[in-house]
Write a protein that binds this ligand. Sequence first.
Ligand code: SAH
Ligand code: SF4
Length: 464
Amino acid sequence: MNKLDTALVTSALKKAGFGLAENEKGADVVLINTCSVREHAEQRVLSHLGHLKHIKKSKPNMVVGVIGCMAQRLGAELLKDKTVDIVCGPAQIPQITELVTKALQENKKTLAITGKIRQKSAENKALEELESVFDSDDSQVPAQAYVRAMRGCNNFCSYCIVPYVRGPEVSRPPAVIIEQIKRLAGNGVKLVTLLGQMVNAYKYNSSGKTLCLADLLYMVSEIEGIEWIRFVTSYPAEEYYEQILKAMADLPKVCHYLHMPAQSGSDKILKAMNRNYTAGKYLELIEKARDIVPGIAISGDFMVGFPGETEEDFGETISLVQIARYKNCFVFKYSSRPGTAADKRLQDDVPEEVKKRRNIELLAVQEKISDELAKQFLGKEVKVLVEGLSKKAVSTSSPQAGVSPCGEKGYPPSLKLRRTSPQLVGRTAEDWIVVFDGPAKLAGEFAKVKITRTSPLTLFGEMI
Ligand code: SAH
Ligand code: SF4
């Protein structure tokens, strides 16, 4: 969601004549797009503002704006910070050019957030207008784009801030989504990811018929130029589940990938989280997915240290992870978010060290599973959509890649070599990360790679 918002802001400002600065010191305007889901994310923004305060001492006219969920949550309180000139909520992003221009000209602070966030508002119309003309994005990965299918959320999981900062659930009209994807495809986009906090709940009434995500997948599949389609995030629920998976099995363009967070394996904790399923039901859904789409890659999110989580509850989470056999998992330590039901009614009673330990333990269990799953790719050929240069693109290498292990620990730096062709990174349709050597111009193109080595999270190989 946030990457998409950043892209929308960048695109709107570029259209208005602004350009991206190399760094903060060279910028006239610094905008920070924020997330409120976890406390840690907000703390990082506050420390970033501390850093900008120093820069502003020598550049008093620099405009600093905070946009997104944290802006919506803290509003005027954030504006009290001397460094901050603009506070702009997610629904006010369509006004960003105006807000920035005004701040540059008038040197006045502006607050633009939604007053009654849980009411459907006119702001949706402006958001729709901004989003529907969004058709190219140079801040994202080449040939890939995110397209929002739904805004907001009505689920109110007890720990979650999203319904309070993103507002009520709204499904965008299919015709608008399709038009937008056609334009993106016209601009070279090959992989489109449909977004929603509970994207599998997508529904839109059109001439007496309700269209669901499966219908949308069929419609997007028809678009020429689009080769892969993904959707995130799925909530574990029966509604439309089979239909969506059948569409996945039926449509060659829909990637065999499901991101379906379980959050916990303990029924007691799931109930306290206000997640409307049990661990048993969740595992049934996973089984159903594998029946309908054999070989489907599934990833999950978990939270450790939710109020009242005992060692026994945590043990149930470990068991669920062992049975589910995810491709990968994201594990978060619970943090209390102001105003949520858990914040009001439950005590954040699991000590930080325990959260940390459980986090590490759960990741270790998952790592073993990911490692086993990755090894199944050895010797196999995979199709990859190339994202660009890998972070370690130059110099060091592994023996498997045919270059001496120069630059690795214990070798003098003078032995460092440059690769003849750079190291690229891409992903398979199932979202496995693949690293291989190849020309940089392949970014945004498909490549065939034979896997020669694996690690729990990455497959390594040679282009064929
Ligand atoms: N809509 C998605 C999740 C969106 S938030 C869903 O329902 O699954 C992304 C992830 O952040 C969640 O899956 C959860 O694991 C984590 N998260 C949300 N609130 C949190 C909190 N208060 N503390 C720690 N992690 C949290
Ligand atoms: Fe938050 Fe639950 Fe909505 Fe996901 S479904 S965004 S966790 S309230």
